[in-house]
Every structure is written in structure tokens, then in C-alpha cells.
Design a protein around this ligand. Structure first.
Ligand SMILES: [Cu+2]
Length: 387
């Protein structure tokens, strides 16, 4: 039995170009700060989940929908749409009224996978304002201490992994946020994002650690870290209203799950490799990424061939993230003109949106839907875990 308490609050989040933008988000505690995305909800298949929502906003009701979850109940009855006095639709599901109202949702996930959760009240504004998050359902036989049972979809489904990461996309039109802050109308048809976020952050903030004190409303980093050969499970969630082609450098990913469904039909493996995954609005993609680049193995790190420069650097010459070494683990001399370098012999491989206006912050490159995959010679077991 898992109980999750969430408080709807407002606040201002930061963008790397110095902007401070009003938003609505969820807090884990009554006295805590709103965050975007909402807290990760990580539960187990077959476990009864209760989500208690308290709405501290004074302006409008708020609700949470759990797409993909069967038989969500409120007060023992099936959750159902809420209508206003004139019969107009207020919420797709039971809501918490403004001014401290509450609602309690209960459901029992019947299958593992990655799911979105999001506001079901005026979702065209409440979701972009920040009322969204991710729900991860672990398989019933999940055991992080047994390799064959540390899986996304259960033992025997070929979804074992060593580390896992959640990457949640969204878009920000500052005009919407400002209009809500000022209590003014906002024509939704004029929606024009200026920022694109991974885990509520725009690059380069995506590469900062979790819980940095100067991003109090954006606790989740989006840096993917692993060591050569490891299976890195990347759970991508399209929480916004736009579709984003995201791709990894260094290697393709293997898509093993789509919308919380294992890509397998009986014994037939339906997983597939992708250079770029189109994360569509409301979709989730579970992918396994492995990096064996350049013939590297932990036993024999040399000799190897220099990688293509575009798999190493960002921007012009002088901005390479090459350590000066053609292989992991040993550092060499930094070439003339190189002004930045990595610290422990790791490789940085970009992960970004292939629609390139989305890797900007209000028109300035680099930014937006971009982060790095960092492949280290070695890494502690606590990195790449989801709580
Ligand atoms: Cu690229």
C-alpha cells in the first residue's frame, strides 16, 4: 500500500537565461515548495495506491488523471467527470476545490510500465503550467538486488537494466504563465513555446545534479550516467502537448516499452532500435541504451580509434568535451585551443531534440531539450536509481 500526499501550490521557476516564470506545481509536503515536474511516483504492480490531493490555489479546482490505470476510485466510487451549473465540463475526473479542498484517488496498477499523470481540469492550461508528473510501476517480481529481476517489465522479458532515468518533456509559453499570474485571459490558440524542458529544466540546467539549492522548484536533473556496456533504462515521458523527436549520440536505443506496454507478443520480441524516438504528447517510451563505443571494454581500454568529433563536442572547436584521451579512464594532454574538458576521463554524448529550435532558450542556443549521457570509467551503484 502506497500513500502519496500532494499539495497544489504556485511559485516561480528559473530558466538558464535568467528568467523567472510563474507556475503551478505539486509539493510533497504541506509546508514544502511546489515543484515541476510533480514528484515521481514509484510503486509496484498489484500494490494499492492512494493519492491525496490538496488544492491550495484560490482560483480554480485541480484534479489528477492517471492514464493507463484501471478503476480509479474516489470515496469508493468510480472516478468520474465533474460538471458545472450549466452542464459545462469542469474536470475529466473528481477534483479538489480551490481554497484548500481535497480529493483522494485510489487505484491498483495491474501492469508494470511508465505512465504520465497530469491535471484533468482545464488541462490545456493546467498541464503546461506545471501540473504533471510520471508514475513508474515496477513489475510484481521486481528485486533490485537480483540481476534477472531488476527489470522494467518482469523476469524473462529481456528488460534487465543496471541504471534508470526518467526524462519528462514539456513546453513553456511565458505568455500563458504571465497571464495566469496576472489573472488575465489567455487565448490558447496563441500558444507559442519559448522554452522546452526536460524534467522541468532547460539546458544547460538539465545537466546539474538533483536538488541543487538554487533551483528549489526544479529538483530533478536530467543527466544520464553509466559505465561502458551497462544497460541504461531511459524512460521518456511526453507530458506536454507537442511531439519531440529525441535522440541519443553514441548509440541507438532499443525501445522495449511503449505507453506502459512491453513490446513483446508471447515469445516474439517486438522491441526495436531507434536513432531518434518521437516522444508524442501523452506517450511514454521505455528504452535501453548501451555504450560500447570505440571497442572499449573495461578489460582492455586500448587501442581504439578516435570517435567522430560530432559525437564528442558541442559548438565550434574549442568547445569539445574530449578529455584529451582516446579511451576512458586515462587522461592525456589537452589539444591546443581546447578550453573545456571533462574531469575523470568520461565521455559526454549528447541527448537532444532533433527539432533544433527546441534546443534553445527563447532563441538562444544551446538550451531547451538537451542533456548529456556521461559514460564513466566507473560509477557508484547509487547513481541512476529512482525513488
Ligand atoms: Cu544530435
Amino acid at each position: 500500500m502506497a500513500t502519496i500526499d500532494l499539495w497544489v501550490k504556485d511559485g516561480h521557476f528559473s530558466t538558464p537565461d535568467g528568467n523567472s516564470i510563474y507556475f503551478w506545481g505539486l509539493s510533497k509536503t504541506a509546508g514544502g515548495q511546489a515543484q515541476i515536474p510533480g514528484p515521481h511516483i514509484v510503486v509496484r504492480q498489484g500494490e494499492t495506491v492512494t493519492v491525496n490531493l490538496t488544492n491550495t490555489l484560490n482560483s480554480e479546482p485541480v484534479s489528477i488523471c492517471f492514464p493507463g490505470q484501471p478503476q480509479v476510485t474516489v470515496g469508493g466510487n468510480p472516478a468520474q467527470p465533474q460538471y458545472g451549473p450549466g452542464g459545462s465540463l469542469l474536470s475529466f475526473t473528481n477534483h479538489a476545490p480551490p481554497g484548500g479542498g481535497t480529493v483522494s484517488y485510489t487505484f491498483t496498477p495491474n501492469r508494470p510500465g511508465t505512465f504520465v499523470y497530469e491535471s484533468g481540469t482545464s488541462p490545456q492550461t493546467q498541464v503546461p503550467l506545471g501540473l504533471y508528473g510520471a508514475l513508474v510501476v515496477r513489475p510484481a517480481d521486481y528485486d533490485p538486488d537480483v540481476a534477472s529481476r531488476k527489470t522494467a517489465y518482469g523476469a524473462g522479458t529481456a528488460t534487465e537494466y543496471n541504471r534508470e532515468y526518467l526524462l519528462i518533456t514539456n513546453e513553456v509559453d511565458p505568455d500563458l504563465h504571465y497571464a495566469v499570474e496576472q489573472g488575465r485571459p489567455y487565448p490558447v490558440r496563441k500558444f507559442k513555446p519559448r522554452y522546452w524542458t526536460l524534467n522541468g529544466r532547460c539546458a544547460p540546467d538539465t545537466m546539474l545534479p538533483d536538488n541543487v539549492p538554487y533551483l528549489p522548484h526544479q529538483p530533478y536533473g536530467a543527466m544520464v550516467m553509466g559505465v561502458p556496456g551497462e544497460k541504461i533504462l531511459i524512460r521518456m515521458v511526453g507530458a506536454g502537448i507537442d511531439n519531440h523527436p529525441l535522440h541519443t549520440h553514441g548509440n541507438h536505443t532499443r525501445v522495449v516499452g511503449l505507453d506502459g506496454r512491453l513490446l513483446r507478443n508471447g515469445s516474439r520480441d517486438l522491441s526495436f532500435k531507434r536513432f531518434t524516438v518521437l516522444v508524442e504528447a501523452g506517450q511514454t517510451y521505455d528504452q535501453i541504451y548501451q555504450w560500447f563505443g570505440l571497442g572499449y571494454t573495461p578489460e582492455n581500454p586500448i587501442p581504439t580509434t578516435m570517435p567522430n568529433l560530432r559525437n564528442l563536442g558541442i559548438g565550434d572547436a574549442g568547445w569539445t568535451m574530449w578529455s584529451g584521451s582516446p579511451y576512458l579512464g586515462v587522461k592525456g594532454d589537452i589539444p591546443v585551443g581546447v578550453v573545456s574538458f571533462n574531469e575523470v576521463g568520461e565521455y559526454h554524448l549528447m541527448l537532444h531534440a532533433h527539432e533544433e529550435h527546441k534546443i534553445t532558450n527563447w532563441g538562444e542556443f544551446p538550451g531547451g531539450l538537451m542533456t548529456m549521457i556521461a559514460i564513466y570509467p566507473s560509477l557508484g551503484s547509487g547513481v541512476g536509481t529512482l525513488e
